[in-house]
Design a protein around this ligand. Structure first.
Ligand SMILES: Cc1cc2nc3c(=O)[nH]c(=O)nc-3n(C[C@H](O)[C@H](O)[C@H](O)COP(=O)(O)OP(=O)(O)OC[C@H]3O[C@@H](n4cnc5c(N)ncnc54)[C@H](O)[C@@H]3O)c2cc1C
Length: 412
């Protein structure tokens, strides 16, 4: 008999989870309060980061931290209330970022990242979405030789340990490869394996269209109405109450709010981020990270998208796009940005965990409930991998990646 399951949250992670469950014969209802891919999975830099084998650690350099504390630089911005709210999780994040523990996290994280492009390829092919992605990698660009040398050394190390491919470029090679860049830069690390998606929200929508075309139900509803119902779960939607035997929470940065009502206190926090599009007459060919300044420029269908680093603020605090203004000034040194498009800056929130690993697996205290969130800086990259891993667990068969490091029970 077909087993029914609700997937709450139609971002990249939830939509891919729904597709993978459907592929395994489940009767899946995907529920979101908005259309698919309209939140965090909409506004990111669109990178499918095959090179990101190391999760993003808490920066430990004293100079950097002093700058952050003083409100200098574009990389980080904070609200006192945000720091206060997240203090416990941030302290644990700092501890997990110790080199020894970070190496353990990298071991687990790299096993997910290793499959990111392969799993996206399968879904993109099925969804007819290959036109949205380019496969030429992206660059970390450097203003100083010292930073470039360190980055090249790190890239060589990652290549040896994880097989990620890169090319080191000097000033001339970089200028030839990206004629739109106008500062004489020290050079770049060109990561060759990542993909660049030119409309991240549209990719999620295509995956959701595939889910519907294959017979899946996509409904508008509020995940906070989730209730344990007899032996299963129910949620209120615009089409009335929907019951299912099992449920998956894939609410990205909103997961913490809901799991708290179920009695879970996990060390979760968010890093907010902004984007703005520019007309940019001089076209960048591939995305670049201005690595010593902490923002990304990514060519998109709507224009050149500038995305910012981390803002530590409550999820519902009003936007304070000060990083955007700083990053815009820095980006104008690098390229002819042209004019900003008239839209208000976009604001989203990376769903982070203190140990830098996602939360993928059974809810420890609730039968038939599953968690899939906390993919932080690489949720757009990891959606298909996370979706497949969770679907394999729900199916109860052997999983192709050992799920133990991502188990929600590690926080109990
Ligand atoms: C500036 C920025 C740049 C980034 N760049 C990259 C990048 O280049 N590559 C990369 O891999 N990652 C990137 N990320 C991270 C990535 O965007 C996220 O990790 C990812 O989108 C998380 O996906 P998700 O499906 O878990 O969450 P979301 O996409 O936020 O999906 C959660 C869904 O839950 C729904 N929801 C929430 N509450 C309710 C409710 N009560 N009822 C019903 N539905 C609800 C929301 O509407 C939403 O659709 C970036 C993030 C930011 C902020």
């Amino acid at each position: 008999m077909t087993s029914s399951i609700l997937v709450l949250g139609a971002g990249m992670v939830g939509t891919c989870t729904a597709l993978h469950l459907q592929q395994r014969g489940f009767d899946v209802v995907l529920v979101d309060r908005r259309a698919p891919g309209r939140e965090t999975s909409f506004g990111n830099a669109g990178l499918i980061q095959r090179e990101a084998v190391e999760p993003y650690a808490f920066p430990r350099e004293p100079g950097f931290l002093l700058n952050v504390a003083m409100g200098r630089g574009a990389e980080v911005h904070w609200h006192a209330r945000g720091l206060w709210q997240m203090a416990g999780s941030l302290l644990r994040y700092l501890r997990h970022s110790h080199p020894k523990r970070h190496a353990q996290a990298t071991h687990a994280y790299s096993r997910l990242i290793a499959h990111a492009t392969d799993e996206h390829r399968l879904l993109m092919t099925a969804a007819g979405a290959q036109d949205l992605a380019r496969h030429e990698g992206f660059r970390f660009v450097f203003r100083t030789s010292k930073a470039l040398d360190e980055a090249v050394e790190r890239a060589a190390n990652l290549h040896d340990r994880f097989g990620v491919r890169y090319q080191a470029e000097n000033t001339t090679q970089l200028a030839q490869a990206e004629p739109a860049l106008r500062l004489p830069l020290a050079g770049a690390v060109h990561w060759l394996d990542p993909w660049a998606v030119n409309d991240p929200g549209a990719l999620v929508q295509r995956y959701a269209d595939l889910f519907v075309a294959r017979g899946g139900r996509l409904l508008t509803g509020d995940a906070t109405s989730l209730q344990s119902q007899g032996v299963g779960w129910s949620v209120q939607t615009t089409e009335g109450r929907v019951d299912a035997e099992q449920a998956v929470l894939a609410l990205g940065p909103w997961a913490d709010g809901l799991i708290r009502t179920l009695g879970y206190r996990f060390p979760l926090f968010i890093k907010r981020g902004y984007h703005q599009h520019y007309t940019s007459p001089a076209q960048l060919l591939q995305p670049v990270l201005d690595a010593e300044r902490g923002y990304v420029l990514a060519p998109m269908q709507r224009g050149l998208r500038l995305t910012t680093g981390a803002e530590f603020a409550p999820i519902d605090a009003p936007p304070t796009p000060v990083q955007l203004a700083k990053a815009e000034a820095l980006a104008r040194e690098l390229v002819d940005l042209g004019e900003p498009l008239p839209d208000a800056p976009w604001l989203g929130a990376r769903p982070c965990t203190a140990d830098m690993l996602p939360v993928t697996g059974p809810a420890p205290r609730h039968k038939g409930l599953w968690f899939n969130f906390g993919h932080a800086h690489q949720g757009f990259t990891l959606g298909p991998v996370a979706g497949r891993l969770l679907a394999e667990m729900v199916e109860g068969r052997h999983t192709w990646i050992d799920p133990a490091p991502y188990a929600p029970a590690r926080f109990m």
